[in-house]
Write a protein that binds this ligand. Structure first.
Ligand code: TRP
Length: 455
């Protein structure tokens, strides 16, 4: 990034910074922790294929829409929506999209902090060397020990949340941008090393089959909504994060190619994580459907077998924690930008308040793994699952649906065309059909299929 060079350079560099920030938001626990465990619980291949379709047909267009709206409005998502609706002569209630996003962000961050806390703790656990040549039972009992201790989980959750809020309060710092430049490539390298290991582990074929063999009979009642929710979650869509980030995008950056890069990066990381984890599950006779602990049991097993595995493993969890923190920061951005804008209050006060709220709500997730483990709040779900499902599977797709409808049917064409530069008429029509019809109808059909019996 050199200010003195010709315009071309400055442009490129800023677009690149945006790609980094957006990829930093997208790539997180959703890819490495959530994707494999949700795929494992939902039949593997059946889930993965539907997820990929959702990413391409629903996720990518909605990401374009969010960034375009953000760059057009250049404010917090709530204000952007109100402003754009007003200037197009539409109902000011469209700002509800921003409000829903704030609520979804709080809910997601509440459990995100807890899981990221586990990753933080595992930096040290791996470094201690206790998993060297360990069998599945050792690794499992260490993890179960963590789950059984609310005090320990709260300790790590608190450290993660304090770190996140500290960075948010200071404003997204230069330091963080530099860190992303390093750890993103490092995370890739680490995944490639691990892929090499799982390729030779003896379970690769079985893992591959589990992930990519699509059988209709594996598609259960929940598969569609879980895959759709996961697509939104992993791409950071439906709650204004990309809108908030989009408001900082330089005017010259092309949204289409930028989105293609982010979506590709995010998908590669998720699929790689799956290809590392599933072979290890089968080789070690673990349960694919064991749930949120999947990554914390399989990865340490692999590191226990690798040369220098304790160091590698410790670095791996450090990278995961980094990936989690850049995502966590982005979860707060819609709310923070609005509160700062509206009340003109200091970033510190707002960030601390929001962080405390998320931390408090996160205690429910902590207890879901121990003292409240048997407490089913609704639909047979515990606190954590309920918060996760309401936010990821309902609020995010609903937000995305409204965003897609708004940009295609409620804004004048010139406004949109100024952001999403499409010269050829057929491609414009294609964009409009995908964003304005395919994406929202898909969300609607999945909703009906899930919530309306006998649809
Ligand atoms: N995408 C992140 C992940 O995969 C999580 C995340 C960050 C997110 N910001 C978001 C999810 C906004 C939904 C909406 O871990």
């Amino acid at each position: 990034m050199s200010e003195s060079s010709p315009n071309n350079d400055i442009r490129w560099s800023s677009r690149w910074l945006f790609v980094l920030a957006a990829a930093g938001s997208a790539v997180g626990l959703g890819n490495i922790w959530k994707f494999p465990y949700v795929a494992g619980e939902n039949g593997g291949g059946a889930f993965v294929l539907i997820y990929l379709v959702c990413v391409g047909l629903v996720g990518a267009p909605i990401m374009m829409a969010e960034i375009a709206l953000g760059r057009e409005g250049r404010s917090s998502p709530i204000t952007t929506m109100a402003k754009l609706a007003a200037s197009a002569g539409r109902n000011s209630q469209w700002s509800i999209i921003g409000w829903m996003g704030v609520i979804a962000g709080v809910m997601i961050l509440s459990f995100y902090g807890v899981i990221a806390g586990w990753a933080l703790k595992y930096i040290g656990v791996l470094a201690s060397g206790e998993f060297e040549n360990a069998g599945a039972s050792v690794v499992e009992s260490t993890f179960n020990g963590l789950l059984a201790s609310p005090v320990e989980m709260i300790f790590w959750q608190t450290i993660f949340m304090v770190g996140t809020i500290w960075i948010v309060a200071r404003g997204v710092s230069q330091g963080l941008e530099k860190a992303i430049r390093w750890f993103m490539p490092l995370l890739f390298v680490m995944l490639i090393v691990l892929l090499g290991y799982s390729l030779r582990s003896g379970g690769f074929e079985q893992g591959w089959q589990f992930m990519f063999d699509f059988k209709w009979e594996d598609v259960g009642p929940g598969t569609w909504i879980m895959a759709l929710g996961q697509a939104f979650f992993t791409l950071s869509l439906g709650m204004g994060t990309m809108m908030a980030y989009g408001s900082y995008v330089p005017s010259e950056a092309r949204i289409g190619s930028t989105v293609a890069t982010i979506v590709a990066l995010d998908t590669v990381v998720a699929i790689s994580a799956g290809l590392v984890i599933f072979p290890l599950v089968f080789v070690n006779n673990l349960d694919v459907a064991q749930g949120p602990g999947l990554m914390f049991v399989t990865m340490p097993l692999a590191f226990g077998q690798l040369p220098f595995g304790s160091i590698f493993g410790s670095v791996f969890f450090l990278l995961v924690s980094f990936a989690a923190i850049t995502s966590a920061i982005s979860l707060t951005e819609p709310a923070i930008s609005y509160l700062v804008e509206k009340y003109n209050s200091s970033r510190w006060r707002v960030a601390v308040g929001l962080g405390f709220l998320c931390w408090l709500l996160g205690l429910g997730t902590v207890f879901s793994f121990n003292i409240w483990a048997d407490l089913k709040l609704a639909f047979g779900l515990n606190f954590f699952d309920l918060v996760d499902q309401i936010s990821s599977n309902i609020l995010l797709p609903l937000g995305g649906l409204l965003i897609a409808i708004f940009i295609t049917w409620k804004l004048p064409r010139e406004t949109v065309a100024g952001q999403i530069e499409i010269e050829s008429e057929p491609i414009w029509s294609l964009w409009k059909v995908v964003t304005g019809v395919v994406a929202p109808v898909s969300v609607l059909v999945v909703f009906l299929n899930t919530f309306v019996p006998f649809f």
